[in-house]
Each structure stands twice: as structure tokens, then as C-alpha cells.
Design a protein around this ligand. Structure first.
Ligand SMILES: Cc1ncc(COP(=O)(O)O)c(C=O)c1O
Length: 401
């Protein structure tokens, strides 16, 4: 035990020295744009509650109605006795959101996006084939990266990392690839940069070279598309090669995730996705509340809130005229301000905290070394005054730096 303890202390000290040690901050109040921490009020620009649904009164009521009607716990995994008819109802509704993009779409509900991603990648690459090749975008989310690592270890998949800004290398590799199983994986909205994946050309490559295309739309579901159905609705693409991952803990305001794909692929996931098979099914009360959340997202509430979010993003882009700090080319609610060093970004996050704002400092390994940033996220619940006030403070801080 003494080796373990001493080594942990040594490695924690290293993290401290590199300014990479992470800390949990406990929030006293419900998720919102104004929160309290340790009795202090802060204006929050850090959550993924893009539509401000995390505390919508209808969802609070729905969660308690769901608990009354279906109970709070499922009691077992989906394939034992934990799958209730309310899970079916949710999955049917989730599948409908992608019905125009994926022929014969079915959906499978997971307790988190992390598990959905690991499940889809490992199960799909677990087919008997001459070889499995995975093409994964460089800036993909950690859960996709971990899924790919597992596929490599468990299924002997080989992996190529590609740059989503330059698909030439991807095409060159695909051209030469004789693997029977090929899977291209990309974030829909890149979670740290905020830009959109080039889905149209990616799907063309998938069609041309007989690959599947998996899109993790954690930050697009609820926000993109006329009904908030996400990046596939927004792009108007349709193909049985598409595998869609939506998460329900961000714009949908609750928690959970789903994989949506052609019915045969979903059947394969039910047989082979270990995190699905060996994990207790999510609360049926949650499934019930999520159906209400989907109704809000596709109805007038969602449409109004998407409009407010769009207007907030446009205002921010107009106000954030920095001289030295660089903004990324993002039209989404994720608006990073590139700073560079860990030290500077941490100091800025501290200065903002003192001024009453919470904008998180994002450092490696979440982003590449030297690309630390303030990752500001906007919500439909922010007011124009709040955004203007934050922009003024940031412009002032830039002058001081
Ligand atoms: C792009 C992306 N995919 C997947 C996830 C994981 O989703 P969840 O939080 O539901 O596990 C996240 C969440 O942070 C994400 O940003």
C-alpha cells in the first residue's frame, strides 16, 4: 500500500506543478444561468443546458408523475427484467426523431452518452470479417476515443485518425482499404471547438467506399434542425449507413443517450453491446420525463428557445471583438476563447470568478497542449444584458493581459 500511496502523491504533485489538477466545485442551487457556490452567486456560462430545460416545470412534474406511474428503479438490466413499456415508448419516440434521415430507424436508450458511444463502436466492430478498420476524427470526444481503443483491443480493429478539416487523407486511406468492415466516426458538433462536422462529404466517402458513418451529436440534439432533431435533420441527409448518437443530458435537460440506426444494426447492438447487456436499465421515471422533454423540444417551447439561443450566439459573435485573443469559427452555443497556456487560462478563469462569472478553463488532455481555452457555452436562458456584461468584462481583461 505504501508504494501506491506514495506514487499517487508524487503524481498528484506533478499534476499540480503542470497546473493540470482538476477540482470538483459543488453547486448549491439547481442548474441554471444564475447559480450559487458556497453562498456566492455566479453567472454561469458553462453548462450544456442549451435550451434551459434542466429545470423546466413540466419536466419536474413529469419526473414525479413518471415515478408515481412506473416507479423509480428498473431493478435489472434491459435483457433481464428492467426494460419496461415506458422504455419502449421512449425508444419509439427517439427513433421518430431520425426517421427522415435513417431508413427503418430504431433507437436504443442508454444511461449515458459515454456508454452509448462505447457500446456502438465495440458492438459494430465485433463482426466476423477479414478486417475491421475505424476512421476516427482527431478532435472526437473522449468517449469515442475510448470506444475506439476498446475496439482495437477487443476486436483487433485498426485505426486511422483523420483531420475533419482535410478529408483528403481519409479518402486516400479509404481507397486502399480492403477491410470488409469500415466505420467512420465523428462528433457532430465538436465539443471543444464548437464547429460542425462536414457530414455531407463524409457521407459521400462512406457511400463511395462502403463504410458506415457514426455521428455523435451530443451538442446538436435539441438545438439543430427545425424540430431540434439534430444535425441530420439540419443537414437533410438520409442513408442507412448513418449511425446517430444523441445525448439527453444536454439540451434535453435530463440524462441518458440513444443510438439510432437501421433496425438490423440496433438488433446487433442488443446482442453484443456489453454496457447495454451488463448494466441496470435507467429509471423508468426518467424515460417518462424524457418523452415530455422530446415533446417540448419539437414543439413551440423548443422552437422559441432555439430562436433565443440563435440570437444569443449572434449577439456574442458581434460583441466579442478581441484584439489578441482568437475565437474559433463556431456558430453553435460552444464559443471557445483561445488563450494558449494553462497558467493564463487559469488566471483568467479566476479573474472572471472574482467578477462573478463562471467560464471554465479547459486544459489538456481535454484539448491539445498549448491550446488551453476558456470554453464559454451559451444558453437560451441567458439575457442579452448578461451576454453584453460578460463581453465587456472579457474585453477589459484582454486589455490587462
Ligand atoms: C461529444 C460528446 N459525446 C458524448 C458525451 C458523453 O455524454 P454523457 O454526458 O451523456 O455521458 C459528451 C459529454 O460530455 C460529449 O460532449
Amino acid at each position: 500500500m505504501s508504494f501506491v500511496k506514495n506514487q499517487i502523491i508524487r503524481e498528484l504533485t506533478e499534476l499540480d506543478t503542470q497546473l493540470l489538477r482538476r477540482k470538483i466545485r459543488s453547486v448549491d442551487t439547481p442548474c441554471g444561468t444564475r447559480i450559487q457556490i458556497g453562498g456566492r452567486e455566479l453567472q454561469a456560462f458553462c453548462s450544456n443546458d442549451y435550451l434551459g430545460l434542466a429545470n423546466h416545470p413540466d419536466l419536474i412534474t413529469a419526473l414525479s408523475e413518471g415515478a408515481q406511474q412506473f416507479g423509480v428503479g428498473s431493478g435489472a438490466s434491459h435483457l433481464i427484467s428492467g426494460h419496461q413499456t415506458i422504455h419502449d415508448a421512449l425508444e419509439e419516440k427517439l427513433a421518430q426523431t431520425q426517421a427522415l434521415s435513417i431508413p427503418k430507424a430504431k433507437a436504443l436508450f442508454f444511461s449515458t452518452g459515454y456508454l452509448a458511444n462505447i457500446s456502438a463502436i465495440t458492438a459494430l466492430s465485433n463482426l466476423k470479417s477479414n478486417a475491421s478498420k475505424i476512421y476516427s476524427a482527431r478532435l472526437n470526444h473522449a468517449s469515442l476515443i475510448d470506444g475506439v481503443r476498446l475496439a482495437k483491443e477487443q476486436n483487433n480493429a485498426t485505426v486511422l485518425i483523420f483531420d475533419h478539416h482535410n478529408l483528403g487523407v481519409l479518402e486516400d486511406e479509404l481507397k486502399e482499404d480492403s477491410s470488409q468492415f469500415k466505420l467512420i466516426i465523428t462528433d457532430g458538433v465538436f465539443s471543444m471547438d464548437g464547429d460542425l462536422a462536414p457530414l455531407d462529404p463524409l457521407l459521400q466517402l462512406a457511400e463511395r467506399y462502403d463504410a458506415l458513418l457514426m455521428v455523435d451529436d451530443a451538442h446538436g440534439f435539441g438545438v439543430l434542425g427545425r424540430h431540434g432533431y439534430g444535425i441530420l435533420e439540419d443537414s437533410g441527409l438520409c442513408s442507412e449507413r448513418l449511425i446517430y448518437i444523441g445525448t439527453l443530458g444536454k439540451a434535453a435537460g435530463l440524462s441518458g443517450a440513444f443510438v439510432c440506426a437501421n433496425e438490423l444494426l440496433i438488433e446487433w447492438l442488443i446482442q453484443k453491446a456489453r454496457p447495454y447487456i451488463y448494466s441496470t436499465a435507467s429509471s423508468p421515471a426518467l424515460a417518462y420525463a424524457l418523452i415530455r422533454s422530446l415533446e417540448l423540444i419539437e414543439g413551440p417551447v423548443g422552437q422559441e428557445r432555439r430562436e433565443s439561443l440563435r440570437s444569443n450566439i449572434a449577439l456574442w459573435k458581434q460583441l466579442a471583438q478581441f484584439t489578441h485573443w482568437h475565437l474559433l469559427d463556431s456558430d453553435t452555443a460552444i464559443q471557445p476563447i483561445m488563450i494558449g497556456s494553462n497558467e493564463t487560462v487559469l488566471q483568467l478563469a479566476k479573474d472572471l470568478d472574482l467578477a462573478g462569472y463562471w467560464v471554465p478553463a479547459i486544459r489538456p488532455p481535454t484539448v491539445p497542449v498549448g491550446m488551453s481555452r476558456l470554453r464559454m457555452t451559451l444558453s437560451a436562458s441567458h439575457t442579452h444584458d448578461e451576454i453584453s456584461a460578460l463581453a465587456n468584462i472579457l474585453l477589459h481583461l484582454e486589455l490587462l493581459n
